[in-house]
Design a protein around this ligand. Structure first.
Ligand SMILES: [Zn+2]
Length: 78
């Protein structure tokens, strides 16, 4: 049996069975990039951009993704 542990891409928490986690997936259309927020799902991992442990982390990550400096998604905010 394969056991995988995920950590939150925003705060670094480790995922446990009881947690209600979320994923953000990137959607590319011609000339535009969008984001899709999904409840945790163990399949379909390929298109997932980030794994997040809760609403707070979703909000933090979305504010980064949707900021004008979208071309630098890994830049740290001060
Ligand atoms: Zn988190």
């Amino acid at each position: 049996m394969k056991i995988e542990t995920y950590s939150c891409d925003e705060c670094g928490s480790l995922r446990r069975e009881s947690n209600h986690w979320w994923m953000i997936s990137q959607i590319r259309w011609p000339n535009v990039t969008g984001y899709c927020i999904l409840p945790w799902c163990d399949s379909g991992d390929r298109d997932v951009l980030v794994h997040l442990c809760g609403l707070e982390c979703i909000q933090r990550r979305l504010s980064k993704l949707l900021s004008p400096h979208r071309e630098e998604p890994h830049a740290k905010e001060s």
